[in-house]
Ligand binder design. Structure first.
Ligand code: GDP
Ligand code: IMO
Ligand code: MG
Length: 427
């Protein structure tokens, strides 16, 4: 019953989409378990280049059943558009299913995400403004509407009437904007319901059946460990857990069923949105990495903040997820730099610390302590065997492996599916 969880190990955008698309060639099921369309997972394969926000990255492998789990919040308009776009490009979506328990992003969530950000002024979190945070807040507040609710139109009207009355008070009295029309929202969501009804299922049964058949199942993480609301740089985090623990809750399976936990790390660090990032490079090297790697957000197009690999943060991420292996992506990007740095500790008020603090004020003060390694200064995107990598590239990987205390299973040297080096078996 192998289940492999593919988990973002930094601040998101580590290349989870690429890794899942690749591993899905051998899988029978892929489950997205957290986040919403704040995620943007890029896949480059024989069908072309795709940026998926909600649909699991296993959708391109015809034998794979793809599930959007209960832990995801769904904007139906985004999902329908994604299905249509995939179909137009020849990708079959008939094996896609959605948990009836997945909450919906409603129009007021999107409005409030923007209004709350503006109200924070200089302290804005830098959210993707997709309504994801407000939708998870309503889930916790028991004010959510779930995918399964779309199937009973009468009950939906009653539910929506109550919630919208309350939301309209907030919109008009607190933010001074126009209220939303009950009838418009209702008829829009009834249409979405008709369109999505064929996909809605009790997905935990499907998952259990796949496990009983001993099929390979992948859990596809969204975001990254350092954006986790408990362990990330709170409040500069997302609102659902991107950790493997979130995978159990958001897919509906027990922790003992997960066989391997693959942490996806970029060979350096990026972050989009606000909050501390100790190794950020606000200089030419940072700009060079951004331009060479085209580090711009998949969902929002915002420039990503770039910096050196932070082994302190990476060890923390490994600890809270229990990674059994690592995938190192974008190694090719470092191929032009004469010297590479890895952060091995922080200086804080004259002391050396080796842990990732829970306090953002502390993290803001942490100065990285770097170890320098020589760059290999050669293109590597064509390489498929570990031994053929330049010696200095292997030295860099070996050092990451030691510092993170986790074996490297695979190395990605380009965005395409085949631009991958398998170093040690995942399973
Ligand atoms: P995700 O959110 O974790 O799926 O990652 P994103 O898709 O947001 O961002 C990762 C970016 O890196 C995408 O543009 C990928 O196509 C690209 N990518 C993934 N792996 C590699 C790699 O090894 N080398 C290069 N050059 N690009 C990669
Ligand atoms: P993938 O799955 C990178 C960040 C936002 C912001 C913070 C809160 O592609 O790795 P939110 O909209 O979730 O309330 O924003 O979280 N963020 C991501 N950053 N990759 C993502 O997803 C992200 N999803 C959210 O930029 O800083
Ligand atoms: Mg992304």
């Amino acid at each position: 019953m192998p289940v492999i969880a593919v988990i973002g190990a930094q601040w998101g955008d580590e290349g989870k989409g690429k890794v899942v698309d690749l591993l899905a060639e051998k899988a029978r099921m892929v489950v997205r378990f957290s986040g919403g369309d704040n995620a943007g997972h890029t896949v480059v394969n024989p069908y072309g280049e795709f940026k998926l926000h909600l649909i699991p990255s296993g959708i391109f492998s015809s034998q794979v059943v793809c599930i959007i789990g209960n832990g995801v919040v769904i904007n139906p308009a985004v999902l329908i558009d994604e299905v249509d776009q995939l179909n137009q490009r020849g990708v079959d979506t008939t094996k896609l299913f959605i948990s009836d328990r997945a909450h919906l992003i409603m129009p007021y969530h999107i409005l409030l995400d923007g209004l709350e950000e503006e109200a924070r002024a200089g302290k804005a979190l830098g959210t993707t403004r997709r309504g994801v945070g407000p939708a998870f807040a309503d889930k916790a507040a028991r004010l959510g509407i779930r995918t399964g609710d779309l199937l009973d139109k009468e009950a939906l009207m009653e539910q929506l009437r109550l919630i919208l009355d309350y939301k309209n008070i907030i919109l008009t009295k607190i933010y001074g904007v126009s209220p939303l029309s009950l009838n418009e929202v209702y008829s829009q969501y009834c249409q979405y319901g008709e369109r999505l009804a064929p996909y809605v299922r009790e997905t935990t049964i499907m998952l259990e059946e796949a496990l009983n058949r001993e099929e390979l199942v992948l859990l596809e993480g969204a975001q990254g460990a350092l954006l986790d609301p408990d362990f990330g740089t709170y409040p500069y985090t997302t609102s659902s857990s991107p950790l493997v623990g979130g995978g159990c809750l958001g897919a509906g399976l027990g922790p003992t069923r997960i066989s391997r936990i693959l942490g996806v790390f970029k060979a350096y660090c990026t972050r989009v949105g606000s909050g501390p990032m100790p190794t950020e490079l606000k200089n030419e090297t940072g700009n060079l990495i951004r331009e060479q790697a085209h580090e711009y957000g998949t969902t929002t197009g915002r420039p990503r903040r770039c910096g050196w690999f932070d082994a302190v943060a990476a060890r923390f991420s490994t600890r809270i997820n229990g990674f059994t292996g690592a995938a190192i992506t974008r190694l090719d990007i470092l191929g032009t730099l004469p010297t590479l740095k890895i952060c091995v500790g922080y200086k804080l008020d004259g002391q050396t610390i080796d842990y990732f603090s829970g306090s953002i004020a502390t993290l803001e003060k942490c100065q990285p302590i770097y170890e320098e390694l020589p760059g290999w200064q050669a293109p590597i995107s064509h390489i498929r065997e570990y031994e053929q990598l330049p010696v200095k590239a292997r030295q860099y990987l070996t050092r990451l492996e030691e510092l993170v205390s986790c074996p490297v299973n695979l190395i990605s040297v380009g965005s395409a599916r085949e631009q991958t080096i398998f170093k040690t078996p995942i399973l």
